[in-house]
Design a protein around this ligand. Structure first.
Ligand SMILES: NC(=O)c1ccc[n+]([C@@H]2O[C@H](COP(=O)([O-])OP(=O)(O)OC[C@H]3O[C@@H](n4cnc5c(N)ncnc54)[C@H](O)[C@@H]3O)[C@@H](O)[C@H]2O)c1
Length: 261
């Protein structure tokens, strides 16, 4: 296959998408499948609706119940997707959890939950697909970070509270998302010689379960609306495709222009 950038075409590719049962992860699964990829949908919650939507549209997908913080489950995920769908060329680390409390209220349990889901999960999934990607001399890894990882938390207001800070994503989330950006660059520097490219997207506020009940004051953004899961999915699709063959170690803000750097 030519390594010069080309059009978006994922026929013959297999992708693992974590947190693919709903929200942004589900939209990523559907976008990658639309362009021809077979999808391993990994989530701790039931993901059969995502698989059914892909199959209805003529695509191929399997759902694998996976907790991304558990090494043995992640290894089993990669083994099963590789065996049933034929290899793994694309990994999208999307699974995430958030807490919206301040530093004093951030317990060690909350800290560990978010850091483990976001950072440890990204590390474990990347480690698990890496030998396959090296052997096939091809890999595209896209990590779903957040503008929180760049600016230290996105401010919102709980709709039932006058306190603006009550809706701000917390310190564990910001730290974990920032860690994912550094990890992305580390993998990009290591993986280039194997034709493994690693990039990240940094969504701004997006309508999903994660943001339900919070007001992000999106009226002040240049593109003055909440993002939709599909907005993020199209950016991930680009970075996962051969259209992005000369891009690695980058973080793309997908946020309606909220953060410009
Ligand atoms: N919604 C936003 O405004 C926004 C903004 C920036 C970044 N993000 C990021 O986008 C990603 C998707 O978020 P979303 O908005 O779709 O939220 P969501 O809560 O709807 O989706 C998160 C998914 O991750 C899964 N998940 C959680 N812990 C897991 C684990 N241990 N193992 C496997 N799966 C697990 C959940 O079950 C869920 O399906 C997250 O990483 C989130 O941090 C979201």
């Amino acid at each position: 296959m030519s390594e010069v950038s080309g059009r978006i075409d994922l026929w013959g590719k297999v992708a693992i998408v974590t947190g693919g049962a709903r929200g942004i992860g589900r939209a990523i699964c559907l976008a990658l499948a639309r362009e021809g990829a077979s999808i391993g949908v990994a989530d701790i919650i039931e993901a059969s609706e995502t698989v059914a939507s892909i199959v209805e549209r003529g695509g191929r997908a399997v759902s694998v119940s996976t907790d991304v913080t558990r090494a043995e489950q992640v290894e089993a995920l990669v083994e099963r997707v590789g065996r049933e769908l034929g290899g793994v060329q694309i990994l999208v680390n999307n699974a995430g959890t958030v807490q919206r409390v301040g530093l004093e209220a951030t317990t060690e349990e909350l800290w560990d939950r978010d850091v483990n889901t976001i950072m440890r999960g990204t590390y474990l999934c990347t480690r698990a697909v890496y030998p396959l990607m090296i052997a096939q001399r091809y890999g595209r890894i896209v990590n779903v970070s957040s503008i929180s990882g760049r600016i230290g938390g996105a401010v919102s207001r709980a709709e039932d509270s006058p306190e603006a800070m009550q809706g701000r994503s917390g310190p564990a989330y910001a730290a974990a998302k920032g860690g994912v950006l550094a990890f992305t660059k580390w993998v990009a520097k290591d993986g280039g010689r194997h034709n493994i490219l690693a990039n990240a997207v940094c969504p701004g506020p997006v309508s999903s379960e994660m943001t339900r009940g919070f007001d992000y004051n999106v009226g002040s953004q240049p593109i003055a609306r909440m993002g939709e899961p599909e907005d993020i999915a199209e950016a991930v699709l680009f970075l996962a495709s051969n259209a992005a063959n000369f891009i690695t170690g980058q973080a793309l803000n997908v946020d309606g222009g909220l953060v410009m750097d």
